[in-house]
Design a protein around this ligand. Structure first.
Ligand code: C2E
Ligand code: CA
Ligand code: CA
Length: 409
């Protein structure tokens, strides 16, 4: 058990009275290292000082100026890896929705508190929380430097993992999504949230995408020769779509690999607002004319939104995992899932549900006529070498576990 006094907490609320109250409650529970902030900018300044990063943030959603949801977006940009408790005077549904939004950003939420905050409720949330061990204090993920990443790209330390996308009606594996990993000589396997933004910020994203696409196409070719017809998806950053050369490089690599463009899926998320949308629009439209498949990723979060759907001829819509897992048990999630599915149907797009983690998730998707599923229930992302072993195992599961397919795989 970690000493409570060693755990650092930040409370952010625009009401000074509320801050004092929270500080007193926390002190009574043994948490003495508590910082109080009455606005988001002050709190972010604390968090920018990496050695002073709090392990836990108590966050008021309703604040003038920067509200709680906007604050969370800034936390994500800063790779905050501590936990959150949300506080609000809003109704339960509003708090649940906010909680889901934060979880979609992969930040741990211990729960939410209604105002007026009751000490016993706060205490119960903190009871079930395991604060990080002192060795991992402060809660911060390592962010890599541009030079180190550049060297990693050049020396082949980036490797592709692949996660299957399967048809809900038949269990058939129709494609894979390529997810890049960094085999770091010292730190082991490093995940993309620790280096994609670095690549974007330092002009390395084109080289990174080229590396990922080149190996993904080579792998597609290997599968093709083994008689496996799989669509291969890669993730495209908005920064890839800033220069018109992108079309040539994708077309060139694909032609040289001998893979039909219909089997290449480009997953696009608009991670932040674009200054100038003309280049991305033109690039995506041209790629589509050349028969590449376009997919709108993380639908329902951030900026992957209606405006994009209106402007760009997507073939596929991926419902964000935050609206898929447990949608069967939560009315709000279910409403968002249903709406996304209906919208995609109306626009004639294929729908992929992400974050399918268990049989209950799978059953809901199947019942509601979703096209494709992706997630831990089917398989975590894996190296290409594991794919054929997994496939055999999956086909066996389809035969034995699922009795309700229309078509045999
Ligand atoms: P994404 O495109 O939304 O990819 C899905 C993420 O969800 C992956 O995280 C995947 O490992 C994870 N995931 C898979 N199944 C489940 C599940 O059942 N439950 C949950 N909670 N998560 C699941 P990963 O691999 O860490 O990638 C994170 C993000 O990094 C990706 O999100 C994508 O936006 C970005 N990314 C990955 N590879 C590339 C790349 O080559 N280029 C660019 N630009 N971005 C990439
Ligand atoms: Ca994706
Ligand atoms: Ca996604």
């Amino acid at each position: 058990m970690v000493e409570r006094s060693a755990v650092t907490i930040l409370a952010l609320d625009d009401e000074p009275f509320m801050l004092k109250l929270l500080a007193r409650m926390l002190a009574n529970m043994g948490f003495t290292s508590v910082t109080l902030c009455d606005n988001g900018h002050a709190a972010l300044a604390r968090i920018d000082n990496v050695s002073a990063r709090p392990n836990l943030i108590l966050l008021d959603l309703n604040m003038p100026g920067m509200d709680g949801i906007e604050f969370v977006r800034h936390l994500v940009e800063r790779n905050y890896s501590g936990s959150l408790i949300l506080i609000s005077g809003e109704d339960e549904r509003m708090l649940q929705t906010a909680e889901k939004l934060v979880q979609a950003h992969k930040i741990q939420v211990l729960g939410h508190l209604h105002k007026p905050v009751k000490p016993e409720v706060l205490s119960a949330l903190l009871e079930q929380w395991t604060p990080p061990a002192p060795s991992s204090l402060p809660a911060v993920k390592k962010i890599y430097g541009a030079d180190e990443l550049r060297a990693a790209i050049d020396s082949g330390q980036l490797v592709n993992y692949y996660q299957p996308k399967v048809a809900l009606a038949s269990g058939e594996v129709v494609g894979v999504e390529t997810l890049v990993r960094w085999r770091h000589p010292v730190d082991g396997l490093v995940f993309p949230d620790q280096f994609i933004s670095v690549a974007e910020a330092h002009g390395l994203i084109n080289d990174l995408t080229r590396t990922v696409l080149t190996s993904a196409l080579a792998q597609a070719k290997v599968w093709q020769q083994a008689g496996l017809t799989l669509r291969v998806a890669i993730n495209i950053s908005m920064d890839n779509l800033a220069s018109l050369d992108f079309v040539d490089f994708v077309v060139d690599l694909t032609t040289r690999a001998g893979v039909p463009p219909q089997r290449v899926v480009l997953e696009v998320t608009e991670s932040r607002l674009m200054q100038d949308t003309r280049a991305p629009l033109e690039i995506l439209t041209r790629l589509r004319l050349k028969r590449f498949r376009l997919s709108i990723d993380d639908f329902g979060t951030g900026h992957s939104s209606l405006a994009q759907l209106r402007d760009i001829p997507f073939d596929e819509l991926k419902i964000d995992q935050g609206f898929v897992h447990r949608a069967w048990s939560n009315e709000t999630l279910r409403a968002m899932y249903d709406a996304s599915l209906a919208l995609a149907r109306q626009l004639g797009m294929e729908v992929v549900a992400e974050g399918v983690e268990d049989r209950d998730d799978w059953d809901l998707l199947q019942r509601t006529g979703c096209d494709l599923a992706q997630g831990a229930f089917i398989s975590a992302p894996m190296p290409a070498a594991d794919f054929s072993g997994w496939l055999e195992n999956w086909q066996e599961r389809v035969r034995t576990e699922f009795g309700n397919f229309n078509v045999a795989p």
